[in-house]
Design a protein around this ligand. Structure first.
Ligand SMILES: Cc1cc2nc3c(=O)[nH]c(=O)nc-3n(C[C@H](O)[C@H](O)[C@H](O)COP(=O)(O)OP(=O)(O)OC[C@H]3O[C@@H](n4cnc5c(N)ncnc54)[C@H](O)[C@@H]3O)c2cc1C
Length: 154
């Protein structure tokens, strides 16, 4: 089955927009991989994460902000011969984004980022009370490299 790389930014954006979860690969404080699923917001060149102001991920990103974020969608099992295990495969569309996570402190920017995220999931803008914004940790991942790949689609 043909596998193709995608470089067209619009096609890459379509894939990311179809995903409701991304998988953020980090390097933990022992130099080991640490991967977590997150909901996210996306604008061209920027991925936004929000989280509670505690936990391992905060220590990990403070120690090393380099991340690799995986997105995938349109998963479809296929086979050429039903009785032959190695003829099975999966069609997919996927994207990898490499970048650096920056902790956002500015109140208005946190509100803007939360609205980018909420709009993705609900289509709506929201008003937030101050404690909610103060209590949430928000990261901006500035993407330095985006790679798209598809299998079984054109
Ligand atoms: C679909 C989905 C969407 C999510 N979206 C968000 C989001 O937008 N924001 C957010 O903050 N969190 C989100 N989560 C939860 C997130 O993946 C982490 O579990 C959570 O943020 C805690 O991470 P932590 O590093 O602070 O772990 P800690 O609370 O410090 O956990 C301690 C230990 O628990 C283990 N652990 C942590 N997370 C997981 C996990 N998901 N599965 C199994 N073991 C785990 C690790 O080994 C870690 O060492 C989402 C989870 C899912 C499944």
């Amino acid at each position: 089955m043909a596998t193709n790389m995608i470089s067209n930014p619009e096609k890459i954006r379509e894939i990311i927009d179809k995903c409701d979860v991304c998988y953020v690969g980090m390097v933990d404080t022992d130099g080991k991989p640490y991967v977590l699923p997150f909901n996210f917001g996306y604008e061209d060149g920027s991925i936004y994460l929000h989280m509670a102001q505690q936990g391992k991920k905060m220590d990990v990103l403070a120690n090393n902000p380099n991340v690799c974020v995986a997105f995938s969608t349109d998963h479809k099992l296929f086979h050429r011969n039903e009785g032959v295990a190695c003829s099975y495969g999966m069609h997919y569309r996927s994207v990898l984004a490499y970048g650096v996570a920056a902790f956002i402190e500015d109140y208005d920017e946190k509100v803007r980022i939360m609205n980018v995220t909420m709009k993705k999931y609900t289509g709506k803008d929201f008003l937030y009370n101050a404690p909610a914004i103060h209590n949430v940790a928000v990261y901006h991942i500035k993407v330095s490299k985006l790679e798209g790949k598809l299998s079984g689609y054109f």
